[in-house]
Design a protein around this ligand. Structure first.
Ligand code: C5P
Length: 397
């Protein structure tokens, strides 16, 4: 569980007091915990206890009344490797089934793109009620992982099935869940991302509109599958934090090449998504170039092809994937690059496709392998495209 990001939702049942122990156990496994509490759960355990143990601020409202900051429920669900709701009351369970979003926790559930796990807790008759059974079945068919309630003493004084699973058992479920989620454990992946900036003078450069989103999403998905990731990125606003991530920020193609040359040998997989500038200014002025004549002619020289270098220096156990962003005859051009740069796979996208390309959050890709087999994917978010790429590589190598 080391480095896993667990978003813990706490609802208002007596079992909430056990969440302090649960957080302790999760933290011992070196996972990160961020907590969302429903207002009702604060009657059962103090947010201060939860914040202290989780070592993160607790989120309760959509916005903080003191400083006006807003809790971004979409970002929370995207951050997490799993959203665990424990304890889950019958009331919140019913809200999840119907897609209500009347508090931060239920809104986060609706927008979460990560897997969701629930640990229901209620009295035995509530747990056995046909409405609850229906709700659990519905959540299961919505792909929610259910950690069944356990048998024992209940707050009502009755004895039966309805107690929240013991914290140790919840941790066992998490461990099992993450085991299935480690397709690339023991694998080191080298990823290039973002644009390159080629300096003209101290204040100007030649660059492009690449945002780095695709490469960062691919890095994130490999990390989620247990890989060690070396990410070499050009200038970007993207952020990513994980103990298995080594990030290097560069500006120029030459700097990117030097890092790739340093790390490629120790990696088993290379995914080169950077939009590297093909040319750079032949001369870099030491001082700002002054405006003088009506015309200024720049002489450009060719940049090294980083991907081609990795292809030339690829051992038979290494797998290399490149990207081809094309504006016309996409497949034909991509197949040419696959061969010329000695790649195993090439991801093709074309600016002819709406919603694909630089800056936008979506992409539509095709993957071609070295035997010219082509797999097409639908237009999806870059996050889902990254999931597809990682899944495809897992199945193909
Ligand atoms: O030939 P083209 O630039 O279209 O190839 C795109 C692929 O090559 C991408 O995977 C890109 O990251 C990589 N590339 C590179 N170094 C360059 C140019 C492109 O690594 N100088």
């Amino acid at each position: 569980m080391k480095g896993k990001r667990i978003l813990l939702g706490i609802t208002g049942g007596i079992a909430a007091y056990k969440i302090a122990f649960l957080i302790r156990l999760i933290k011992k496994k070196e996972a990160e915990v961020r907590c969302i509490m429903t207002p009702a759960s604060c009657d059962f355990i103090s947010p201060l206890t939860i914040a202290t143990l989780s070592e993160n601020p607790v989120l309760i409202d959509f916005w903080n009344q003191k400083d006006g900051t807003w809790s971004n429920h979409v970002e929370l669900g995207a951050w997490a490797d799993v959203f665990l709701i424990a304890p889950l009351t019958a009331n919140t369970m019913a809200k999840l089934v119907h897609g209500q979003s009347d508090n931060l926790l239920t809104a986060t559930y609706l927008s979460a793109t990560c897997p969701v796990m629930i640990a229901p807790a209620m009295d035995l008759d509530m747990y056995a009620h046909p409405a609850t059974l229906r709700n659990i079945a519905q959540l299961e068919s919505d792909h929610v992982h259910v950690i069944p309630a356990e048998f024992g003493e209940l707050a009502s004084g009755l004895v039966g099935k309805g107690r929240m699973a013991e914290p140790e058992h919840i941790v066992d479920h998490l461990i099992h869940f993450f085991k299935q989620d480690s397709l690339f454990e023991g694998t080191t992946v080298l990823i290039t991302a973002g644009p390159t900036y080629e300096k003209l003078d101290p204040v100007r450069f030649i660059g492009n509109h690449s945002s780095g989103k695709m490469g960062f999403n691919i890095a994130d998905q490999f990390l989620k599958q247990g890989a060690q990731v070396i990410l070499v990125t050009g200038p970007t606003k993207e952020t990513l934090h994980h103990p298995n991530l080594k990030r290097f920020d560069v500006e120029s193609a030459q700097e990117m090449l030097e890092l790739v040359q340093k790390y490629w040998k120790q990696c088993q997989i290379g995914v080169f998504s950077a939009a590297v500038s093909d040319y750079r200014p032949a001369e870099k002025a030491d001082q700002k170039i002054k405006k003088s004549d009506d015309e200024l002619i720049l002489r450009l020289i060719k940049n090294p092809d980083i991907l081609a270098w990795a292809g030339e220096n690829k051992s038979k156990d290494q797998v290399l994937m490149g990207f081809a962003l094309e504006t016309n005859r996409a497949e034909e051009h991509a197949k040419g690059k696959l061969k010329k740069k000695n790649l195993d796979f090439i991801v093709v996208n074309t600016l002819e496709d709406q919603g694909a390309g630089f800056g936008v959050d979506t992409n539509r890709i095709k993957i071609i392998d070295k035997n010219n087999n082509l797999t097409s994917f639908e237009l999806k978010s870059k996050r889902e495209v990254a999931q597809d790429i990682v899944q495809y590589l897992n199945e193909s190598i």
